[in-house]
Design a binder for this molecule. Sequence first.
Ligand code: ATP
Length: 427
Amino acid sequence: MKVEIVTVGTELLSGHKRDAHTAYLGRHLHALGLDPSYATSVSDDADDIRTLLRTALSRSELVFVCGGLGPTLDDISREVSAEVAACPLAEDPALVSHLRQLFASLRRSMPANNLRQAQVPKGATVLQNPVGSAPGLIIFCEAEFAGRILILLPGPPKELHSMFEAEVLPWLHKKFSAPILYTRSIMTWGLAESAVDDLVKDLVVDGDTRTLAMLANGTHVELRLSSTDPAILTALETKVLSRMGDYAFSTEGKLLEEVVAELLISAGLSVAVAESCTGGRLASKLTAIAGSSKFFKEGLVTYSDESKTDLLEVPPYVIKRSGAVSKDTALAMAVGLARKSGCDFCLSVTGIAGPDGGSEEKPVGLVHFALAGPNGIAHQQFQFGLGDRAQIQARAAQAGLFMLYRALAGISIPEDGNDRGSLSKAS
Ligand code: ATP
């Protein structure tokens, strides 16, 4: 069965609003095994909507139409849908009294325009809107498009979400007896998308009932696994995890900072960070987590040499001898931070984000980390390749978090962060 999404609104095409409904519906429909084949945005123009709905209904059995159900004159999705579906509109007395009650409860008189929202196409099912005035509709097409279905949902995201989850999801389950699709999101960091692809691509073949999709977003590569059979999914998950080795940090789609926060909270441990080239990005990631006060004590941005000396007591001779971007300085920063903060874990980062400041010996993208923790102090060095200043800073912040994650999870920390170890496709 072909499923399709239509989003209505000139603002979606003029760049004033980013379409959020396609992603939202796509996610839910995918989980039901009803993956949409097309998604199109259309202006508020009646001719454009009519043309698109005719095209959609000629190729798809189920078409979602989002937006344009309001009371104003440019809200015409209901009228055009009723016309294309050949289901004439008639006023629904129950909806009229519901709308009157709604306005009375708000102590407002109902504008005559709102009565348009009580118009229902022949044979349609009305969907309640618990957070707004526009009811949704399931329209069963007649004549030319007989057998095809239009589902009209209001544009405001809150209204669309609550109506979809309360009314449409149960209806879809019943109507299509959709099998439950089990999913896992394996999150990885440290391997390029192409390397991850290379490690797992032979696990799923064309026509397989399992699916494996890859999404890369700069700070992680996510592997989405799905199957209608939970045992098959678990077997696939086990294989993928063994191939990803220590690079997988979550099987539930969690961000690295969430996983780190959970590990710190459950062990009752505290953390402080001293940052140079990342300029506060590590502290920002850690404090983005609700409840961060339970584990995060402080973050210092010690950008200059003086600041490293003044705030972290890095001996000036260390900086002079080895340079601000060096293993020795990173170690001294972490030790100084541990002395000052008394935290269980003290993480330092110093590197060259570029575009200037690199040399043959210390190129742009070179970053040193040190982590002082309950089991001693570890150092790690990365050479980040292609990428501008912002990308190097973002990768460095993620690398620092990953170092902390490894320590918390009891995974060894290689001195050379670029060393990929012995990942293999053997299993
Ligand atoms: P209303 O009763 O508010 O008029 P409506 O069903 O007519 O509801 P629209 O007028 O199309 O919906 O949109 C209402 C609000 O929802 C607007 O702020 C609009 O930008 C937003 N909206 C509409 N469609 C989308 C979309 N696809 N993604 C994100 N926001 C949207």
